[in-house]
Ligand binder design. Structure first.
Ligand code: CTP
Length: 398
């Protein structure tokens, strides 16, 4: 959703303070926000704090000549990709359900041609009142989208539904709404990331330096262009991307089983650094050095090749993409790997430097037409460019 813009309407309610956090989370994702603060909203958050976080002036007054000269209320509501109302009070819901337009917020809601996402917040009795239920049903019929409210103890001390959704839930809902229009809408993506861990005994394992950053960035980018994305991740310490279905696994065999269970998918991106081997016996208790000081020999056996299994299996995704982590002869090895595994594309990278764990990557894309060299860029940029290339290919073939 980087580069998108949102018109945020902040209604009057104690939950308005969470809108500040929402703006901050959106800014961190590269989303620009303009905000309308209702009169009641201004009782709870100050225009100054909202303006500092959005980096834009705040709009309140329908009849402000300076505002209208700069950006009229109709344009304000249409220049954004999405209108978000948080908190959506009973009053704002009632106004929109009935087409009232007696202040800037309600006028913008009436004038917009974009999706409207409401995050209601009110006392549980108000939420359950007949009129709010009626207004909500009308709004849903009119195509207004909702996130929350959640259950819990409210600022007024009562318990039940009425609490505004948490900022990160609203961000996830925004992401979903915005991505529906993306080029991969309606398609599914399966991405693997991170290392696998192969236990030796209860305290030791075999693993590698993979941080999961590149795979996570690819999953996030595919989700942003509209794909329903499942991410199967080995043990890593980074936060999962919002809006992606995450499944954690430990070993290569678990990763294979999770991938097979997640099929069918339109595209598979195997970014995981799967361990090629595992100890053939996992000791039930810790292997001790103390007894006779003999260095133990760990016999290894080969793990299944997940990429090859899926690429040559009955549920093969339309587009199968593998990685080739190489330290020597990067491109030649990658070309051979593409043929050996049956992948459509191989993304080759030289991992002899500090790529593993770092934030940047320099890759070559090997496909049936040859190779494409991408310049050094951030892993997020690789993700975004790859998602665009995938979208072009899948849509072109559709
Ligand atoms: N891969 C896999 N299952 C394995 C090993 C690797 O699915 N057991 C996938 C990786 O996710 C990656 C691709 O295969 O997409 C290539 O992985 P890489 O480690 O570069 O190659 P290897 O198969 O290990 O071959 P080699 O040891 O010869 O480099």
């Amino acid at each position: 959703m980087r580069g998108k813009s949102i018109l945020l309407i902040v209604g009057g309610g104690i939950a308005a303070y969470k809108s500040l956090e929402l703006v901050r989370a959106l800014a961190a994702r590269g989303v620009k926000t303009r905000a309308i603060l209702t009169k009641a909203g201004a009782e709870f958050v100050t225009p100054l704090s909202l303006s500092a976080l959005t980096g834009n002036k705040i709009y309140f007054d329908l009849f402000s000549l300076t505002d209208e000269a700069e950006m009229g209320h109709v344009q304000l509501s249409r220049s954004a990709d999405l209108v978000v109302v948080a908190p959506a009070t009973a009053d704002l819901m009632a106004k929109m359900a009935n087409g009232l337009a007696n202040d800037l917020a309600s006028t913008a809601l009436l004038a917009t041609d974009k999706n409207v996402l409401m995050a209601p917040a009110m006392n549980v009795r108000m939420w359950e009142s007949a009129s709010v239920k009626r207004n909500r049903a009308q709004l849903e019929k009119d195509g207004v989208l909702f996130v929350g409210p959640g259950d819990g103890e409210m600022a007024c001390g009562e318990f039940g539904p009425g609490r505004m959704a948490e900022p990160m839930e609203i961000v996830a809902a925004i992401e979903r709404v915005l991505s529906v229009a993306g080029p991969l809408a309606g398609l599914t993506a399966l991405v693997t990331a991170g290392p696998t861990r192969e236990p030796v005994d209860p305290v030791r394992f075999l693993a590698n330096h993979s941080s999961g950053k590149q795979g996570y960035a690819i999953a996030e980018a595919l989700m942003r262009v509209g794909a329903a994305t499942t991410l199967i991740s080995g043990p890593v310490s980074i936060a999962p991307p919002e809006g992606v279905k995450l499944q954690r696994v430990t070993t290569a065999r678990e990763m294979l089983a999770a991938c097979e269970a997640a099929l069918p998918a339109d595209v598979l991106v195997m970014a995981a650094a799967v361990s090629d081997w595992r100890p053939d016996i996992i000791a039930n208790s810790k292997i001790k050095k103390s007894v006779d000081r003999v260095v133990p020999l760990i016999k290894l056996m080969e793990n299944p090749d997940i990429l090859a299994t899926i690429a040559q299996g009955p549920k093969r995704p339309r587009l199968v993409i593998g990685f080739a982590a190489e330290t020597d002869d990067v491109v030649d090895n990658a070309v051979a790997k593409r043929a050996r595994k049956g992948a459509d594309w191989i993304i080759a990278n030289d991992v002899s430097g500090d790529v593993m764990g770092g934030d940047r990557n320099r890759v070559h894309i090997i496909d049936q037409n040859g190779r494409e060299d991408w310049p050094d860029m951030t892993k997020s940029e690789v993700g975004a460019r790859l998602a665009a290339r995938i979208a072009e290919t899948l849509k072109g073939a559709a």
